[in-house]
Design a protein around this ligand. Structure first.
Ligand code: HEM
Length: 207
């Protein structure tokens, strides 16, 4: 049996999807282990919020990588894990926001936080745009919305940019790491532009 046939076998694709689900769960498992062993450092609430934020951001970037990987390798399984990765990114983003509300803000003064910490605004914009994508991620919604689905899901590009702005704005150190993330996002956007034209990057526009 040749290599391509093995890679496309349902069993192999299923194993790949399970592996991706396992890898995407690693940040949560590591966090649970650190909480259980009480090794989160002097400010556990901050640590929990930050690690959930970084997991959401990395999984968002991973989601954006799936189309280029499919194009370069010709292997359809990359696209079959794209929705799962996007939902994992949303899941971590929800936990990140909840951790912020619980551990950093204490569920008070929600409005003032936007003026005191303006980077939160970029995070909130990114998060609010993620919500409709998660809500319309089912196959049924995809079918019902038709071409509008694609137009809506182009929101993933401004979401990634807003999350990056949120990340770099609040950073106190290691700007190098943020520059690397910024470059990855820029390359992913440039590839999309090259392959599908500028309209492919503009949400709510067909084509
Ligand atoms: C309402 C929405 C959001 C709020 C209130 C929020 C709040 C925060 C806060 C308080 C921090 C920690 C800052 C510090 O260290 O003092 C943070 C960091 C971060 N957030 Fe958010 N965030 C939101 C949405 C998002 C979204 C949607 C993403 C990604 C998809 C994200 C990714 C990150 C990242 C990557 C960090 C940096 C973590 C690190 O320093 O290692 N955030 N956010």
């Amino acid at each position: 049996m040749n290599e391509k046939r093995v890679l496309n076998q349902p069993g192999f694709v299923l194993a790949f999807r399970l592996l991706v689900a396992l890898l995407a769960s690693v940040p949560l498992l590591v966090l649970i282990a650190s909480i259980a062993s009480q090794s989160l450092g002097p400010d556990p609430g901050q640590e929990v919020t930050e690690s959930l934020g970084i997991a959401a951001f990395q999984l968002l970037i991973a989601t954006l990588c799936m189309t280029p990987l499919k194009r370069w390798t010709g292997w359809g399984a990359w696209i079959r894990v794209r929705r799962m990765l996007g939902l994992f990114a949303f899941f971590y983003a929800v936990l990140h926001v909840l951790a912020f509300l619980q551990f950093i803000l204490g569920w008070s003064d929600l409005w003032a936080t936007f003026t005191k910490r303006p980077y939160i605004l970029a995070g909130a914009v990114s998060f609010l745009m993620l919500v409709p994508l998660a809500l319309t991620s089912t196959k049924g919604m995809m079918r019902r919305m038709g071409r509008q689905w694609k137009a809506l899901h182009k929101l993933v590009y401004p979401i990634a940019i807003a999350a990056w702005v949120h990340f770099i704005w609040q950073s106190r150190s290691d700007v190098g790491e943020m520059v690397v993330y910024g470059l990855i996002i820029a390359v992913l956007l440039a590839l999309r532009w090259k392959w599908s034209g500028s309209r492919a990057l503009i949400p709510f526009v067909r084509g």
